[in-house]
Design a protein around this ligand. Structure first.
Ligand SMILES: Cc1ncc(COP(=O)(O)O)c(C=O)c1O
Length: 427
């Protein structure tokens, strides 16, 4: 498609956007001038679906009216609450319902999964990660490696882009995996790197990891609800994600976990156990001896945080109603390409500003990361004052994420105008 930078062109695209009505299902925070802000920060925290408050109030009413009986009676008994959303959650990540569970938070789930899937031995104890992974993942891996009495500097291998490049090449990842060979216990990478916005080739990485006998897992914080995932078909061993970014389920909202069907009936797998992962039919018999539920549900520890789950369920319902990830992705590719077009029109030298996110739509989600070599903080403040909510990542990256569920082409066009005014001042 050929883009034009005008408000009329953006209005035309919005008028033909089948998802346009979904914007009205969200609460948009006001800008300093009282108008709707230009919210480009769904990569950090998704907006509040209007349905979330009613979902919360419903559970508060159940608690008020039924109290402890709410676990077993009412419209959605708390004991089985998660089951109602497993099909929708599974569709988001390309999994079977048995393979996913909504529980805890991302970092907690990462630890629980590593306990089962990082099983180092004297000769096979290395972990491969992308260099500059999200700090929580780095800390999780350091502590897991120490838990098994290995030294992080020795056991953790970090892959960095070639000199002069910002993103990793799949061939380099595959080559490193092959080189580590029998010493490699686990590969753990982001599905999308939080800083550059690069989507990794999860199918190829999984194949390469399995070829040398390693387990392979992904942190999907920036991928779930943003790009099409096929965890089951790609044969990924394990994965975890949060729901407060592209799944709009509120700050600190409940996380998700995936364990491949191959492990669904493996009670022998080492894991940290709790009563909520115990066979549901016997859970309240209060007997000795842990017997895990089949599938990812067998990794649950504690009883469900219904307040957080209620919001997630409401948010997931909007996501599903919009047609799910395949439909959203079609708009997302256009929306991000439009932002890229407007950024390229600024014609700034690479020594001032460069987009470090790949240009290939298959290698990125909705986010574009702008590396601003000169005056990055000033540009970020300029955007904020003009009502744009993006985010700043040290040392010099601005991340802008137009989200197909609630952002419009007019939002993108408007941000383009604000950037153009700034670029003029730089000349
Ligand atoms: C890539 C990535 N991993 C992990 C986390 C940590 O998530 P949580 O605080 O839910 O454990 C985040 C949070 O933004 C993230 O972006």
């Amino acid at each position: 498609m050929t883009f034009e930078p005008t408000p009329a062109f953006a209005a035309h695209l919005d008028a033909h956007d089948p998802l346009h009505a979904f914007r009205a299902r969200f609460l948009i925070p006001p800008a300093p001038d009282g108008q709707d802000s230009l919210y480009f920060c769904g990569n950090s925290l998704g907006l509040q679906p209007k349905a979330a408050r009613a979902a919360l109030e419903q559970e508060m009413a159940t608690w008020e009216q039924l109290a402890v009986e709410g676990h077993f009676t009412g419209d959605s008994p708390w004991l089985h609450y998660h089951e109602a959303m497993s099909a929708a959650e599974a569709a988001v990540v390309g999994a079977l319902p048995l393979e996913v569970i909504v529980m805890n938070n991302l970092t907690t789930n990462l630890h629980l999964l590593l306990i089962s899937f990082y099983r180092p031995t004297a000769t096979r104890y290395k972990v491969l990660m992308e260099g500059g992974a999200f700090p929580s993942d780095q800390y999780a891996l350091e502590s897991q490696v120490r838990l098994h009495d290995y030294a992080p500097d020795d056991a953790i291998v970090e892959l960095v882009p070639r000199p002069g490049e910002h993103t990793l090449r799949t061939a380099d990842i595959e080559a490193k995996i092959a080189e580590l060979g029998d010493s490699l216990a686990t590969v753990i990478m982001g599905g999308i790197n939080y800083y550059t916005g690069q989507v990794f080739d999860m199918a190829a990485i999984t194949r390469a990891g399995h070829a040398v006998g390693a387990t392979v897992g992904f942190d999907l914080a920036h991928a779930a609800g943003n790009v099409v995932l096929k965890l089951h078909d790609w044969d990924v061993d394990f994965a975890c994600w949060c729901t407060y970014k592209y799944l709009n389920s509120g700050p600190g909202g409940v996380g998700g976990a995936f364990v491949h069907e191959r492990f669904a009936h493996r009670p022998d797998l080492v894991r940290l156990a709790g009563w909520w992962g115990h066979d549901e039919d016997e859970r309240f018999q209060m007997r000795k001896g842990f017997k895990p539920m089949a599938g990812a549900a067998g990794w649950q520890l504690a009883n469900t945080n219904i307040v957080s789950m209620a919001v997630h369920q409401a948010a997931l319902a909007v996501f599903t109603e919009a047609g799910g990830i395949e439909t959203l992705r079609r708009k997302s590719e256009q929306l991000t390409a439009y932002l890229e077009f407007l950024l390229n029109r600024l014609q700034l030298p690479k020594t001032t500003l460069e987009i470090i996110t790949p240009t290939d739509p298959a290698q990125r989600g909705c986010q574009l990361s702008l590396l601003v070599h000169k005056g990055g903080r000033t540009l970020f403040d300029h955007l904020t004052q003009a009502g744009v909510i993006g985010d700043w990542r040290e040392p010099n990256v601005i991340r802008l994420a137009p989200v197909p569920l609630y952002n419009t082409f007019a939002d993108v066009q408007h941000v383009g105008e604000i950037l153009a005014a700034w670029a003029e001042e730089q000349k």
